[in-house]
Structures are given as structure tokens and as C-alpha cells.
Design a protein around this ligand. Sequence first.
Ligand code: C5P
Length: 230
Amino acid sequence: MTNNPIYCAIDTSSIDDAEKIINEIAPHIGGIKLGLEFFTSCGIKGIEKIAKSGLPLFIDFKLYDIPNTVKKSLQNILSYNPTYTTLHVSGGSRMLKECVDLKRELNSNTNLIGVTMLTSFDNDAINEIGINGTVDKNVDNLSVLALECGMDGIVCSPMEIRKVKETFGSKLKVVVPGIRNQTDNNNDQKRTLSAKKAIEFGADIIVVGRPITSADSPGKAAEIFYQSIK
Ligand code: C5P
């Protein structure tokens, strides 16, 4: 494997902590994922600082709002040239298409990735918020919508990788959080799988957060993840 598909989710509220972890894990990862916890504490200056590490960036704000607000926010995000960024597919076709058009207008290479169902959701949790059917079925429907609107890929749990790859092949990149090796704590993730299996099933990118960042030695933990998929 030449390209390392591991993106580490740096979900911390401190730039110093983030930089310390990144220095330790940099040789063993493919990129850094920065999300809302980091942004709401370290701000855009924090993102600029981490971008200087030179590692590919995944800006994960899971945008979900009216089309105009999402499009304007995406324009700001694209100015940081991330390799990946996320939008909720459930924001609907108009929101998605306006974002895809913007990407084309700006000649951006950023991969627009649609969030289907959060990996913290199971069937009971989606029914509780009024979404009918199973997680699987909803992932399927939202993936079709993402493709029709011109998105580059989707986020799904390890449990859905094979189905999504069987249906869409290389037309949609598959980004997979909820990665846990056998000895790891599942935390709030409900649909988990090992890194090795996720890659075997066809994941293009795997997102690993707490099993690396909360380890006694993040560097060692990242190395073990990388070794497990080589
Ligand atoms: O710590 P952990 O490995 O559970 O981190 C997973 C990361 O992936 C978190 O940053 C979370 O926001 C993100 N994510 C997710 N489920 C999705 C999309 C993103 O867990 N559907």
C-alpha cells in the first residue's frame, strides 16, 4: 500500500495537545481530520496552524443548513484546500448540487463527502427521531442521492462498506469512522470494525480518533494501526 488511508481525528480543545499528538503520529498516518470540537475551541487560526504541518487535511464540519448558508461556508472551507470535507446528505439535493457547482466553479480538488447516517446511530436511534426503516436502507437511499448530486464520496459505518462498494464501485469514495481493534473501547460508536477488515471490505479512507489520541502512546497506537493494514 503506497498511500496511507488512516486519517486521525484530532478531537481536542487545545492546539498544544493537537500539535503534540500530530508530531508523534505523523509518520504513521495519511492525514489529519479536524472537526467541530477543535474548531469551536481553537478557531480558524488553529486550523491554519495545523494546515502548516503539511499533512493532508480533512475538515469535518458536517454542514447542514439552507443551501445558501452551506454554500458560503463551504467556500470558506475550500480556501484551506482540504483533501476532504463533509456535508450531510440529508441537507437535500439542492444544497448538495449548489456545493458541487461551487467546487467546479472554483476548480477545487477537495473531495466533497456526504454523511449518510452517523455511526453513533442504530435502528432504534433513527426511529426515535422519526426516520423510518433501517440504518442500512437509509444509508442506501442517501448514497444514491449523493451520487446523483455529484458528490465524491460518502461516510458510512464499517458495516455498510461492502454493500456500498458492491452497489457503487469506485463511483463513490467510502470514508469510514467507527474503527476499533478488538482491545479498544467502543466509546459512543455502535457499528465498529477493525482497521484491517474495513480496508479489506473496500474502505478508501478510515478515520481513527480516540483509539489513537487517548492511547498512552499515540505514536505507538498509530503505528500499530498502520502495521495492521499494510
Ligand atoms: O474517536 P473516534 O474514533 O470514535 O472518532 C471518530 C471520528 O469520526 C469523530 O471525529 C467523529 O466526529 C467522526 N465521524 C463519525 N461518524 C460519522 C462521521 C464522522 O464518528 N458518521
